[in-house]
Design a protein around this ligand. Sequence first.
Ligand code: PMP
Length: 362
Amino acid sequence: MTQVFNFSAGPAMISKPVLEKAQSELLNWLGQGTSVMEVSHRGKLFMEMITECDKDLRQLFNVPDNYKILFLQGGARGQFAAVPMNLIGAKGKALYLNSGHWSGMAAKEARNFCELDEISIVDKDENGVISVNRTDFSDIAEQYDYVHYCTNETITGVQIKEIPKVGNAVLVADMSSDIMSKPVDISKFGLIYAGAQKNLGPAGITLVIVREDLIGHACQATPSIWNYETQANSDSMINTPPTFAWYLCALVFKQMLAEGGLEIYAKRNEKKAALLYSYLEQSQFYRNYIAVANRSVMNVTFSTDNDELNAKFVAEAAEAGLQALKGHKVLGGMRASIYNAMPIEGVEALIAFMKKFEAENA
Ligand code: PMP
């Protein structure tokens, strides 16, 4: 079989050592003679597993002691609603920074729960190049209960590389598509959330890292599964958690620690992205429409500017073992998602294919 590299934007690639470990334990987890999926989430072994998962994640992502780590359900979209339900307080209003599809969706959902102001922070120039035009909100941020933004817009591949300035306001980040791709100063954030299905593990589980003083102020009508206080007080188990997804995330964290932690991943990710962008830069055939400062290290978008050729590219690439390169339906073109689990060999294989396709079709 041709070697397959999976460039899916999410659910995305999970590294081979993690899948092999899960496979080896599937029928007999920790000598119990059953799989991890078939045991009580309140049992001793599962509780030990999640305690260790919390410890590993704290070490890996350098999570300060005054932050709680929650593993919830409902995906990042669930958090689009949970964030306003839990964080709207005395000021009665939030600020949403719109850098594309997902941050726009977060604002749209939040409008069901609170008053908010939304500011577009991206420009498109006359050549169609998208850039982020503002990251300093310290003059206005403190009027709001919190400021929400998305660190990496998965569809366009727009990444905001510096943390927005918000004075003493609470900063909330949707990090779904670049979480743990590099070290981050968590103390700058009030809350971080991410669907697991890109860098953390499989779909079905959502990571929330929240500063303790922000817990316990949810509005009255908040359902208990969305209430950070009830979830924090019950080990994220107010209802039965997605145990297998949680277990896989725990394996991913162990693997990342074994490989040397986030600095190593950050270097590897920068290197993969640099290879791909430098190839795109010199090509007359493919174009990327994101300003250099905002090019995503995780989702690299490109196009031939010809829909038929783009479709041909995606089909032939799949035949050559380079899967899931079709861009999101709202944007078209191609997108290579090169999350933590993508080895550099995958990027090299993609560039080799792009060169061949260019030579045959330019
Ligand atoms: N935010 C971002 C940045 C995303 O990429 C996605 C999904 N691709 C979402 C939110 C929505 O995530 P979910 O499907 O887990 O609700």
